[in-house]
Ligand binder design. Structure first.
Ligand code: GLN
Length: 215
C-alpha cells in the first residue's frame, strides 16, 4: 500500500495474482492524484478501489489463479462497472474473444468488444520495443512501448471501441497499422508494457479516467 500527500481522492488497484503488478504499483505511486494504491488479491480489496489495472503476465495462469481464489466473478462484475486498464495479458483478460488460447480454452473476463490474438509475434525472442503515437491519449509526443510475447487486437466488434494506437512499422509477419491500444468507455487496453518505462503519461491518463468516472 502506498499513500501520497495529495488531496485527490482516487484509489487505484492493481490485480496482484500473477505477473508484473509491482511495476504498476511503483509507477502509480509517482502520480500526485493517486491517494492510495492497493495490490488486489481479494474481493474485499477489489471493492475498495475506484479503478483497476490488470497487469501483463500469463493470461492462462492469471485466469486459473483468479478461478481458484474465487475472483473471476467479482472481477467480471468490476470491469463492467468501473474503469479498468488491461496491459498485455490484462488486455487478453478484458477481451470478449481470444484466438491462440490455451487448448480447451481459457477463462476471460470480457467486457471489451474486441478479438485479440495471443502471442502474435511468437516466443520470447520476438519481444521488441518501438515508438508509438497515441494522439488521443497523449498528444504528439510518442511513447516508448515494450512488447513481450504480446497479443494484438485483430478485430474491433463495436463502434464504441476507439482505436487509440497502432504499430507504425512492420514487425515480423505483422503489418504496420496493427491495432495495439483501444479504449471503450471506461475500459482501456494496451498490448504493450507501459509500466516498464519511466514514462508515466499513460498511467496519468488512466488516473484521469478514474477521476472522471468517480464524479
Ligand atoms: N503471452 C502472454 C499471454 O498470453 C501475455 C504476455 C505478457 O503479458 N507479457 O497471456
Amino acid at each position: 500500500m502506498v499513500a501520497s500527500e495529495s488531496n485527490a481522492s482516487v484509489v487505484l488497484g492493481v490485480l496482484a495474482l500473477q505477473g508484473a503488478f509491482i511495476e504498476h504499483i511503483h509507477i502509480l505511486s509517482t502520480i500526485p492524484e493517486v491517494k492510495e494504491v492497493i495490490a488486489v488479491r481479494t474481493e474485499e480489496q477489489l471493492n475498495s478501489v475506484d479503478a483497476l489495472i490488470i497487469p501483463g503476465g500469463e493470461s492462462t495462469s492469471m485466469a486459473l489463479i483468479a478461478e481458484r481464489c474465487n475472483m473471476l466473478e467479482p472481477l467480471r462484475k468490476f470491469v463492467r462497472a468501473k474503469p479498468t486498464w488491461g496491459t498485455c495479458a490484462g488486455m487478453i483478460m478484458l477481451a470478449n474473444e481470444a484466438t491462440g488460447a490455451k487448448k480447451g480454452g481459457q477463462q476471460l473476463l470480457g467486457g471489451l468488444d474486441i478479438c485479440v490474438n495471443r502471442n502474435q509475434f511468437g516466443s520470447q525472442k520476438e519481444s521488441f520495443d518501438t515508438m508509438l503515437h497515441l494522439p488521443d491519449a497523449l498528444g504528439d509526443e510518442p511513447f516508448h512501448a515494450v512488447f513481450i510475447r504480446a497479443p494484438v487486437i485483430t478485430s474491433v466488434k463495436s463502434d464504441t471501441v476507439k482505436v487509440i494506437g497502432r504499430l507504425e512499422k512492420k514487425i515480423g509477419q505483422t503489418d504496420p497499422e496493427t491495432i495495439v491500444a483501444v479504449r471503450q468507455d471506461k475500459l482501456l487496453a494496451t498490448a504493450f508494457h507501459p509500466e516498464l518505462t519511466r514514462d508515466n503519461r499513460l498511467h496519468s491518463y488512466f488516473v484521469r479516467m478514474a477521476l472522471e468516472y468517480k464524479q
